[in-house]
Design a protein around this ligand. Structure first.
Ligand SMILES: CC(C)(COP(=O)(O)OP(=O)(O)OC[C@H]1O[C@@H](n2cnc3c(N)ncnc32)[C@H](O)[C@@H]1O)[C@@H](O)C(=O)NCCC(=O)NCCS
Ligand SMILES: Nc1ncnc2c1ncn2[C@@H]1O[C@H](COP(=O)(O)OP(=O)(O)OP(=O)(O)O)[C@@H](O)[C@H]1O
Length: 202
């Protein structure tokens, strides 16, 4: 199907603001196919992949688990505290992620597809999309959710949030803003409105 006939919704937002919650709802309620950057980024570093070998070459055994897999927590400690290393890791992984999106978009036979891309702006992937939805929540709530879900310290949570472009800047670049600072019911209502309104506009 030609891409200019399709809706390619770029779903983005800060870490732990609720992107996965939104994509699950869109999949369950509207049966939309979801393509997920985090999954492709995991695939890029699966056992014995060339990118994983490069990572081991650069950081050695401290990022290698006894079973040969990547120690994600340890790599996170390195890259979320060092911009140069974050840039290096992204230069390894983002081209792979972009290629995976391009081939899955080609392969997926649906009029509307959701592309869940946390680093949509940072990784310059907006050209893959035809509209952008941003999931937002207050920074207090974002820190609380991140600490609770990933069992991070407050300092670790803040380092992760600060490694992304501030959400206030992203707001200006989005077509739809979903405010997920309160209840899930409230979020789901906003998603219904956004999906139905923009469907009617097309
Ligand atoms: C550093 C890694 C190993 C940490 O793994 P971990 O399992 O703890 O986190 P996970 O991959 O589930 O990511 C959780 C969230 O962290 C944020 N995040 C991930 N990578 C980055 C990054 N390079 N810069 C800023 N935020 C990031 C995103 O909001 C993401 O949704 C991992 O995040 C990674 O490989 N990152 C580099 C690849 C990347 O840029 N992925 C983002 C999708 S394009
Ligand atoms: N409205 C809400 N009220 C309370 N908890 C919520 C709400 N929305 C999401 N959460 C919880 O907050 C956490 C983060 O949500 P979710 O995993 O959907 O975020 P995400 O943006 O996909 O995260 P990441 O960037 O790390 O992939 C999860 O534990 C989720 O259950």
């Amino acid at each position: 199907m030609s891409n200019n006939l399709r809706r390619l919704i770029g779903l983005t937002g800060g870490i732990a603001t609720g992107k996965s919650t939104v994509s699950r709802y869109l999949a369950d309620t509207y049966q939309l196919p979801i393509l997920d950057a985090d999954l492709y980024a995991r695939e890029a570093v699966q056992a014995n992949s060339p990118i994983l070998l490069n990572i081991f070459k650069r950081y050695g055994d401290r990022v290698r688990l006894p079973d040969g897999n990547l120690n994600r927590q340890q790599l996170g400690e390195i890259i979320f505290n060092n911009l140069e290393e974050k840039n290096w890791l992204e230069s390894q992984i983002h081209p792979y992620v972009r290629n995976r999106f391009q081939s899955e978009i080609e392969r997926t036979d649906a009029q509307t597809i959701v592309l869940a891309i946390p680093l949509l702006f940072e990784a310059k992937m907006t050209d893959l999309t035809t509209e952008i939805w941003l999931v937002y929540c207050s920074s207090q709530e974002q820190i609380r959710r991140l600490i609770e879900r990933d069992k991070l310290s407050k300092e670790q949570a803040i380092a992760r949030i600060q490694s992304q472009i501030p959400i206030e800047e992203k707001v200006a670049w989005a077509d739809v803003i979903l405010d997920n600072s309160s209840t899930l019911e409230n979020l789901f209502r906003q998603i219904d409105d956004a999906f139905c309104q923009s469907t009617n506009l097309k």
